[in-house]
Design a protein around this ligand. Structure first.
Ligand code: HEM
Length: 459
């Protein structure tokens, strides 16, 4: 089936010919413009048609809602017109029908509450300990290397972390490929034009990649209830609803699957862009290294996270320039209005955080890497409540935001203490923008081991 066309007329997204914009090619709409030069495409739309414009999505019309004012209306969703369930139905929904973004209003609230149980502080402390162990092991294994493809490496490190923290599996062994393939295929499947589940189609490969992972999880549920660990999967297995019943098996599997999906590629993307930026802005690399050294410990503890202020500034700036979730989808549930236009029910609307992040109206020298723009004395991100939205906003705001910050900070802390890193001379990044922002060449870097890593404090 072609995306967005639905099996019956009620399932189709609405036409929005009354809104100015472009239509794109039959079937694929503006997919290739979006994939080709995402940023230029968005700027052209904004300049030519204003904050709200029509574009061709795969198989249906859609709207682009650009700028903080429209983001505010959509994210805060005061009248309940904008649905993530309907917005993500034909992308994430094809693979994760029951993920948090696939629910609206009360059902979403209920599920979000039970998912929150895996992000309690006491559990995060244990997660940090595990992350540190895995990072140390992987980073030490680089000691005889002087060149590596950072994106590939970081994906593999984060996969090991995910296996331990999300699933509670010490050694992935033969399951590593299974999980890795599942991620890669599903992400690719999000962009396939035809959602046909027969061999030979990308969509089929994506579906096939995911099924064994689901079965693997179903098989573990009863054992985890008997012997729960601190891992997220165990926590969901023992979580009970307001009536004292365990969550349904399919909800547990769907939640953990979706959490892993939402966590893995986003954080790999963020870390790769951060390392790319710190490779060319060596003064910031040294500044962060010095801050890491000042802590005088080889691994971070939970209470140290807030002390690494410069790390937070650099992370925020990385996500401003390269937000890991580049397009956020919604569809209208009712006839309503947005940006001065009337929209029919079932209108597909996309917002793009990266556009808001580079608007000259809201940022000084928006294309410059300048982490101090987030420092309290400048606070450019506070010029509008929605000019900085890498984690979205409103009730669907990223539930893993603190977890992601913790993971990025703990990884960078250990990396900076062990290695100096840089890209090759005259390196020009070639970046993929959608569906997942990443360096197309997996970011080749040169690393140099630092001999005396850290002064250990004597208490
Ligand atoms: C740099 C890392 C990350 C970025 C930039 C990011 C970004 C986002 C954004 C923009 C949304 C909102 C989507 C929308 O409104 O349409 C979101 C939602 C979500 N994120 Fe993240 N995310 C990151 C890491 C994580 C991690 C580590 C986890 C889990 C451990 C996670 C789990 C989720 C979940 C479950 C949702 C859906 C929340 C809901 O619908 O209530 N994310 N994320």
């Amino acid at each position: 089936m072609l995306r967005g066309t639905g099996s019956s007329p009620e399932d189709c997204y609405a036409s929005v010919n009354h809104i100015p914009g472009v239509k794109g090619f039959p079937f694929v709409g503006n997919l290739f413009d979006l994939k080709g030069n995402f940023e230029h495409f968005l700027s052209d739309q904004y300049e030519n048609y204003g904050p709200l414009s029509r574009i061709g999505m795969v198989g249906h019309d859609g709207l682009l809602a650009l700028g903080p004012e429209l983001s505010e209306e959509i994210f805060l969703n005061r009248d309940g017109n904008f649905s993530t369930k309907l917005g993500y139905r034909d992308s994430i929904g094809l693979f994760y029908r029951s993920g948090l973004l696939l629910h609206d209003s009360d059902e979403h609230k209920k599920r979000r509450r039970s998912t929150q149980s895996v992000f309690k502080n006491a559990i995060l402390v244990e997660h940090l300990r595990i992350m540190n162990e895995v990072f140390a092991h992987h980073l030490d294994s680089w000691k005889n290397e002087n060149y590596l493809l950072f994106y590939q490496q970081v994906k593999s490190v984060l996969l090991s972390v995910a296996a331990r923290i999300f699933l509670g599996i010490e050694e992935l062994g033969g399951k590593t490929d299974l999980i890795n393939e599942a991620f890669i295929n599903v992400t690719e499947g999000m962009l396939c034009i035809f959602t046909i589940d027969v061999p030979g189609f990308k969509y089929h490969r994506a579906m096939n990649g995911k099924r064994p992972l689901d079965h693997f999880m179903y098989d573990m549920i009863s054992e985890r209830r008997a012997n729960p660990g601190a891992d997220m999967f165990s926590q969901l297995c023992i979580e009970k609803d307001e009536n004292g019943n365990y969550l349904a098996d399919e909800d547990i599997v769907a939640s953990i699957n979706f959490l892993m999906f939402a966590a893995h590629d986003t954080t790999s993307s963020a870390l790769s862009h951060m390392v790319m930026l710190l490779s060319s802005h060596t003064e910031w690399q040294e500044r962060l290294r010095e801050a890491a050294r000042e802590l005088e410990k080889p691994v971070l503890e939970y209470q140290d996270l807030d002390k690494l202020v410069d790390f937070q500034l650099a992370f925020m700036e990385t996500l401003r320039l390269y937000p890991s979730a580049p397009i956020l989808a919604r569809a209208t549930l009712n006839d309503c209005s947005l940006g001065g236009y009337d929209l029919p029910a079932r209108t597909f609307v996309s917002t793009c955080p990266g556009f808001n992040h580079r608007m000259a109206e809201w940022w000084d020298n928006p294309n410059l890497f300048d982490p101090e723009r987030f420092a309290p004395e400048r606070a450019e991100h506070k010029r509008h409540s929605f000019n900085y939205v890498p984690f979205g906003g409103g009730v669907h705001k990223c539930i893993g935001m603190h977890f992601a910050k913790m993971q990025v900070t703990a990884f960078m802390h250990q990396l900076l203490l062990r290695y100096r890193f840089k890209t090759f001379a005259n390196y020009v990044p070639d970046l993929q923008a959608i569906p997942l922002p990443k360096p197309k060449d997996d970011l080749p870097i040169i690393i140099e081991r630092i001999q005396h890593q850290v002064r250990i404090a004597h208490h």
